[in-house]
Design a protein around this ligand. Structure first.
Ligand SMILES: Cc1ncc(COP(=O)(O)O)c(C=O)c1O
Length: 357
């Protein structure tokens, strides 16, 4: 099967980042899923699900693909469907950013807007899934990828973990990954277990997400977290869960930008804060890998917008600017290192709850 642009899905770079956690004695590598052609880690399951459907005959040239997504999965599917000239309807809600809707349209997707949340839960996700089910009933010859339950989603990430293991060529102590459908978490973890690796799997979930805790609340940063427990979730595949707040994500993103000149999406920022919170408990030279799911450009109106940050969190930029000042002080030869270390980021831990399973 010809794949053109889709042949670039996967084989994303794994980069060693030496600045951001320099106060800890860990070795840190980030898997940059933003380098997938559709801009996120969801390109992998999108391609696998559609390709398997085409190969098995479940998807025919006149099939309409229908999925609920407010972001990355929709964009990944839209690109794959456009390449294969398949009609795609993406069910979105008012929280979907204007930029994501524009991207979906640019990739030829039809937009189905759900404008009322589910009356029982007040959440949009169950309402979006309900609309998908209605559409699948009414649109002739339709196919629902069902990213929250489709094992092709998690199986696509066996390859993500294989790439990490092959490229690193040494044992990995910790893998940090953000959770929503739990496809990434489950796929990587299955690979780890199947290959008898000792890597500890650290799930990073949003405070207010239903996946690891019944305590649901509204969240601002899209991508990670879910208001349902996905069928793909399996607690035995996780060693520990760390919950991060929206502010943790914002601070982590800005630290990543300042320290590493790397612009990543909100959940990557959450992972950065989760590692910062756990790194002091890790052994020296622990090898730590994080999967960064998407790129920062999709968050220019939120995480990277001064006004948006001020409106939701107040005067918080000192949280990352102070750290930057300290980082510069660390490099100043006229200042003893002990003095700089005592003022390290560690002493000012930010928000974020830690939950050990
Ligand atoms: C930005 C971002 N982070 C994290 C995730 C979680 O990935 P998964 O659905 O594999 O659990 C997603 C999923 O869409 C995402 O878009």
């Amino acid at each position: 099967m010809s794949l053109g642009i889709l042949s670039l899905v996967g084989r994303t770079p794994l980069v060693k980042l030496e600045r951001i956690f320099r106060h800890h004695k860990i070795e840190f590598f980030a898997k940059l899923e933003q380098c997938n052609p559709g801009g996120s880690t969801k390109d992998r399951p999108a391609l696998r699900i559609i390709r398997m459907g085409l190969e098995s005959g479940a998807i025919q040239p006149d099939t309409t693909i229908i999925e609920s997504s407010s972001g990355n999965m929709g964009i990944g599917l839209a690109q794959v469907c456009l390449y294969h000239q398949l009609r795609f309807i993406c069910v979105v809600d008012p929280k979907t950013t204007a930029q994501n809707i524009a991207l979906l349209k640019a990739y030829g997707a039809g937009i189905e807007m759900v404008d009322k949340p589910d009356p029982a839960t007040g959440e949009y996700l169950p309402a979006r899934i309900q609309r998908v089910k209605e559409l699948v009933e009414t649109v002739a010859n339709s196919f629902w990828p069902n990213q929250y339950a489709n094992e092709q989603n998690s199986e696509a990430h066996h390859e993500t973990m294989r790439e990490i293991v092959m490229e690193l060529g040494k044992s990995i102590d910790f893998l940090f990954c953000a959770t929503s459908t739990c496809g990434t978490l489950r796929g990587c973890s299955e690979y780890i277990k199947t290959h008898g690796l000792k890597t500890k799997v650290m799930a990073v979930d949003a405070v207010g997400s239903a996946i690891f805790s019944g305590h649901k609340c509204s969240r601002l940063i899209p991508g990670h977290g879910a208001s349902i427990v996905p069928s793909l979730f399996r607690s035995d595949l996780v060693d520990r869960c760390i919950h991060v707040t929206d502010l943790d994500c914002v601070v982590g993103c800005h630290r990543l930008a300042y320290e590493e000149a790397l612009l990543a999406g909100g959940s990557s920022g959450g992972i950065v804060t989760a590692i910062e919170q756990s790194a002091s408990a890790m052994l020296d030279k622990a090898v730590c890998v994080a999967i960064f799911p998407d790129r920062g450009e999709r968050y220019l109106d939120t995480v990277y917008c001064e006004e948006w940050v001020a409106e939701h969190f107040g005067e918080v930029p000192t949280l990352w600017n102070n750290d930057l000042r300290r980082a510069r002080a660390l490099d100043r030869p006229d200042r003893p290192e002990s003095e700089c270390r005592s003022a390290s980021f560690q002493g000012e831990r930010i928000g974020g709850q830690l939950r050990v399973r």
